[in-house]
Write a protein of this length. Structure first.
Length: 132
């Protein structure tokens, strides 16, 4: 299952966004505080519980030009990859969006598709407001 979030403009450079997002501790600032708990992080990974008690873990998986790669960690309920796409628009303006690629069966897809899209769009907009 591939999901592509909304594109947002962030008022900073790609380098600033990469610096922010490649420190897993900063992911907490992008998550909806009322829907997550038990956030833990180190430099290269983080984990948190979402409503319903499911634990999600993210592991930094590198940077390649205008892409930041994350993948599911051991605690996640299914394997997935997140790619954050960044594109320079003009001076200190970067366009970005999140793409999710997960190994999800048809039943689980019906349950997680809308909440995941809402989460990724929320995170994108929080990133935008963080730098404004």
């Amino acid at each position: 299952m591939i999901l592509t979030g909304e594109k947002v403009n962030v008022k900073t450079s790609i380098k600033d966004i990469e610096s922010f997002l490649t420190d897993s501790k900063n992911i907490e600032h992008l998550l909806p505080k009322d829907k997550i708990s038990s956030f833990q992080a180190d430099e290269s990974s983080c984990s948190f519980k979402v409503q319903g008690g499911i634990t999600i873990s993210l592991v930094q998986d590198g940077v390649d030009g205008e892409k930041i790669f994350l993948r599911s960690g051991e605690k996640s309920p299914f394997p997935f990859k997140l790619t954050i796409y960044l594109k320079h628009i003009e001076d200190e303006i970067t366009e970005g969006y999140i793409e999710f690629d997960g190994e999800v069966n048809a039943f689980l897809k019906m349950m997680v598709e809308k909440p995941l899209m809402n989460l990724f769009n929320y995170m994108s907009h929080k990133l935008s407001t963080h730098f404004s």
